[in-house]
Write a protein that binds this ligand. Structure first.
Ligand SMILES: *Cc1c(COP(=O)(O)O)cnc(C)c1O
Length: 421
C-alpha cells in the first residue's frame, strides 16, 4: 500500500489558500532520504551528491539539499543560474551538459564549476572560450549494451552521450598538454534502475577504466561520478532499492579495484535526481467531471502539461483518492486531463474506489521529472509548487502561472490587454 505523505485534513487546509492543481513536496522526506544517502557513502571521504537540477528546478528544494551537503548538477545556462542563486559555487557545481553552447561554458567557467566534457571536440571548443581548469571530468560511453547478469539494462551504443574508450585516452593526453592536473570520470548507463547492483556494476566499469587510463597516461583521478539512474518504486508492488546495500556494493568494488591500484584517494560523486526527490513530491488535483461512454472517465483539473511521464513513457503513477483509502477498489477508470490529446491520461483501466466530482486525488511520486517536464500545450498553465515543511506548515515555493505569463513572451503585449475575462 502506498500512502500519501500528506493527510486529507492538511490538503483541505492548503486548498483554502491555494487551489488545485499543485505539486506538493515533503521537506521531512527529502531531508531524511538525503541523510541516508550520505550515510550509505560515508565510507568515502570525498563523497558528494550533486543533485540533478533538471529533476526539480526550484530554489527552495535546491536550498534544502544544499543544507544537507549536496551540490548541484547543471546542464544549461538557466540551471547554472538557479545553482548560483541558491549559493552553490565552484566545485559544488557539476556541469554535465551536452551539445553545449558557448555562453553556457563561459558561465560555468565563471562560476568555477567542474566541467564534465560530453565530447572530445568540446575540449578545443572550451579552450577557445576560457582557460582550461586544473580539474576536468570526462563522460564515458562504453557503447554496446549495458547488461547486469545477462539482463539488458540499456543501450549505450544508441546513446548520444559521452566519449568512446579510445577518445578517453586521447582526451586525457590532450588535456594534460593543456595543463590539467586532476581528472574525473563519469557515465550514466541506465535510468530508473530498481536493482541494488546498478551503481556497483557501473562503478566496476568506471573504476577499471580509470585504473587503465591512469596506467596509460599517468593521469591523477580525483573523482569518479556515478551520475544518476537509481530508481524508485512507482508501482506499489515494486520494492525500493536499499541504498545501504548500494553504498556497500560500491565500496567493495572500490576496495577490489581502486585501492590495490594505489587510487584509494578517489572521491565518489553521484548526480541523483529521481532518487532524491521522486517519492517526496505529489501532484494534487480535483475531480472536475465524470463521463460514462464506452469506458468510464474521471476528468481532473490537472493534465499531462503538469505531469508528462504517463503520456510520454506510459509511466505508472499511483493514485490515492483522498478520504477513500479504505473503500474497495471496485471501479475501473481512465483518469484524464483536459488536453486535446488522447494520451493525456494519468491512469488507464485503473481500479479505484468510486470517485465523485470534487474528490481530491493525490498522484504519487511526482517530485522528480514531474513539474520540471511541464509545458504550455493547449494554453494550459503551469501549476504552483508548495513545500510541506517539517513542522507541518506549508509555503508556496512557486506560484501558479496566470494567463499574463502565457502572453508575456509575445512581441505585442497589447494582445493580453484586448482580452476580457
Ligand atoms: C538526468 C540526469 C541525471 C539524473 O538522473 P535521475 O534518473 O533523475 O537520477 C544525472 N546526471 C545527468 C547528466 C543527467 O542527464
Amino acid at each position: 500500500m502506498k500512502k500519501p505523505f500528506v493527510t486529507l485534513e492538511k490538503l483541505q487546509e492548503i486548498i483554502k489558500q491555494y487551489p488545485t492543481p499543485f505539486h506538493l513536496y515533503d521537506e521531512k522526506g527529502i531531508r531524511e532520504n538525503a541523510r541516508r544517502l550520505q550515510q550509505a557513502f560515508s565510507w568515502n571521504k570525498g563523497f558528494k551528491e550533486y543533485f540533478a537540477v533538471k529533476a526539480t528546478p526550484n530554489p527552495a528544494i535546491l536550498d534544502i539539499l544544499r543544507q544537507e551537503g549536496c551540490g548541484a548538477d547543471c546542464s544549461s545556462f538557466t540551471e547554472l543560474m538557479l545553482a548560483q542563486a541558491v549559493g552553490f559555487t565552484g566545485d559544488e557545481i557539476m556541469f554535465s551538459s551536452n551539445v553545449t553552447p558557448r555562453e553556457d561554458f563561459a558561465y560555468a567557467h565563471k562560476l568555477n564549476a567542474i566541467i564534465n566534457f560530453d565530447d572530445i571536440t568540446h575540449i578545443d571548443f572550451f579552450s577557445q572560450i576560457a582557460p582550461m581548469p586544473e580539474t576536468v571530468s570526462l563522460r564515458y560511453n562504453p557503447g554496446g549494451q549495458f547488461k547486469i547478469s545477462n539482463a539488458i539494462m540499456d543501450n549505450p551504443g544508441e546513446a548520444k552521450y559521452g566519449l568512446t574508450r579510445a577518445q578517453l585516452t586521447e582526451g586525457i593526453k590532450k588535456l594534460q598538454g593543456m595543463g590539467v592536473k586532476h581528472f574525473g570520470l563519469h557515465a550514466f548507463l541506465a535510468s530508473n534502475t530498481k536493482t541494488n547492483d546498478y551503481y556497483p556494476e557501473l562503478a566496476k566499469i568506471l573504476f577499471t577504466t580509470a585504473v587503465e587510463l591512469q596506467r596509460e597516461t599517468g593521469a591523477h583521478f580525483a573523482f569518479i561520478n556515478l551520475s544518476g539512474g537509481v530508481g524508485i518504486p512507482y508501482h506499489p508492488e515494486e520494492q525500493p532499492v536499499d541504498i545501504f546495500a548500494i553504498g556497500e556494493g560500491v565500496r567493495r568494488a572500490y576496495e577490489e579495484i581502486l585501492t590495490p591500484a594505489g587510487m584509494g584517494d578517489v572521491a565518489i560523486y553521484t548526480e541523483l535526481g529521481r532518487y532524491m526527490l521522486g517519492p517526496y513530491g505529489c501532484l494534487v488535483a480535483t475531480v472536475l467531471h465524470e463521463k460514462h461512454i464506452h469506458k468510464d472517465y474521471i476528468g481532473l483539473d490537472a493534465c499531462a502539461a503538469n505531469l508528462m511521464r504517463p503520456a510520454m513513457y506510459g509511466a505508472y503513477h499511483h493514485i490515492t483518492v483522498m478520504g477513500k483509502e479504505d473503500l474497495p477498489c471496485d471501479h475501473k477508470y481512465d483518469v484524464t486531463g483536459g488536453l486535446c490529446e488522447n494520451n493525456d491520461k494519468f491512469a488507464i483501466d485503473r481500479m479505484l474506489p468510486k470517485i465523485d466530482i470534487g474528490d481530491l486525488l493525490v498522484i504519487h511520486d511526482t517530485g522528480a521529472h514531474g513539474f520540471a517536464m511541464g509545458y504550455n500545450y493547449n494554453g494550459k498553465l503551469r501549476s504552483a509548487e508548495i513545500l510541506l515543511k517539517e513542522d507541518g506548515s506549508f509555503e508556496l515555493i512557486r506560484r501558479a502561472e496566470t494567463p499574463a505569463d502565457y502572453f508575456a513572451t509575445l512581441n505585442h503585449t497589447d494582445y493580453f490587454k484586448k482580452c476580457l475575462f
